[in-house]
Write a protein that binds this ligand. Structure first.
Ligand SMILES: C[S@@+](CC[C@H](N)C(=O)[O-])C[C@H]1O[C@@H](n2cnc3c(N)ncnc32)[C@H](O)[C@@H]1O
Length: 226
């Protein structure tokens, strides 16, 4: 995507990237870190671990983007000693300079992380990186549409751009693909609350819940594969 991008500050003080041509941001303007924690860490990762406390969780993220959600997942696993094998897909990787200019590192200094955000952002693609006893990360430069996996996942963070910017990724066929990629009991979570997406998930076979959304959004969706 060769669109012009600018860095903007969101309401919780953290930064995100705005694509002017698409009128779209990588995270909510109400708070990049706040939204990512609320939707994906709390309603996704922590929810999954409340249901499967002793297991390892295999996470698939659609849209590595800035890496913020991946990094928050890493920090959460370090804090809770939860074991995660994390695979992130990105069709249009951002440049390392763009990631650096988001200046996320100071937001996490108090946690004294083993790896800071700037170093995390420079990890190689296409190879599994064991970042700690609890967290392995593999980033793939690939479109979700073409991605195939030889092992199923437990949790999908579905973080495509909004449907006004990228309607094709919210069509029922991709909800069916998510269903196929998950283990039984697996969870799909997204900031999206659109009725057509909810119906696509239900048609694919998911049990879907509408949950209260993060600041600035009334609702979001979580779906479980029975
Ligand atoms: C809302 S942003 C994701 C933000 C990201 N999770 C983060 O924490 O920064 C959507 C991302 O999906 C990527 N993307 C767009 N189309 C894609 C596709 N077909 N397959 C995989 N990634 C795609 C975009 O380049 C963008 O990085």
């Amino acid at each position: 995507m060769k669109f012009s991008k600018e860095i903007i500050q969101t309401q919780d003080g953290s930064f995100t990237i705005r694509i002017n041509d698409l009128k779209e941001t990588y995270h909510s303007k109400s708070g990049a870190i706040t939204e990512s924690n609320f939707v994906y860490i709390e309603a996704g990762l922590n929810y999954w671990f409340t249901q499967h406390s002793d297991s390892q969780c295999r996470v698939l993220e659609l849209g590595y983007g800035t890496g913020l959600m991946t990094y928050l997942s890493f920090l959460e696993c370090e804090k809770k000693l939860q074991t995660v094998d994390y695979v992130s897909l990105e069709a249009y990787p951002l440049k390392e300079e763009q990631l650096k200019s988001l200046e996320y590192t100071p937001f996490f200094e108090d946690l004294d992380p083993k790896i800071n955000f700037d170093i995390f952002s420079c990890l190689d693609w296409e190879m599994a990186q064991k970042l700690s006893d609890h967290f392995s990360l593999t980033k793939h430069k690939i479109r979700f549409e073409e991605f195939e996996a030889n092992r199923l996942f437990d949790l999908i963070y579905y973080d495509a751009f909004g449907s006004h910017a990228q309607a094709e990724l919210w069509e029922p066929q991709w909800m069916e693909k998510c269903f196929r990629l998950l283990n039984s009991g697996g969870v799909w979570v997204s900031y999206c609350a659109k009725g057509s997406v909810r119906r696509g998930l239900e048609e694919a076979g998911f049990q879907v819940s509408r949950l209260p959304g993060p600041p600035g959004k009334r609702e979001m969706l979580r779906a479980v594969k029975p």
